[in-house]
Design a protein around this ligand. Sequence first.
Ligand code: ATP
Length: 137
Amino acid sequence: MERTFVMIKPDGVKRGLIGTILQRYEQKGLRIIQARLMKVSRVLAEKHYQEHRSKPFFPELIDYITSGPVFAMVLEGNKAVSTVRLLNGATKVEDALPGTIRGDFAISTTENLVHGSDSAESAEREISLWFPDAFTS
Ligand code: ATP
């Protein structure tokens, strides 16, 4: 079993899509291990997106992710990391295929509704960042 960190971003929460998005993960067979609706501090946002610090879209990304509550969670299942990314769809809005969460509901590359860790290593780092009190085994 693998675990991954997943977040419904502020646009997903604002648009009332938490239930719809959760249903896709659950229907696929992923299990919710931890979940929390939370406001994101700039410090946490900058740590989470540290790899993008030098990108031109970084300030916009931090403003967006701190603009309202997010629904953060840990999901568990067979190949959870790659499965979530498949369900989420491509990052670039024009590449996100119908049938994926972004393909069906997102209209912008920045405001793209969801985040999923991109590797097992990222998942471990992100789970301990977002759920510091979570049990890890
Ligand atoms: P996430 O990390 O949120 O799951 P991702 O792994 O699919 O997304 P990354 O390349 O890590 O994509 O980008 C992180 C986030 O930064 C994207 O989800 C998006 O919100 C934003 N972003 C990425 N590329 C761009 C871009 N070219 N213009 C604007 N925003 C972008």
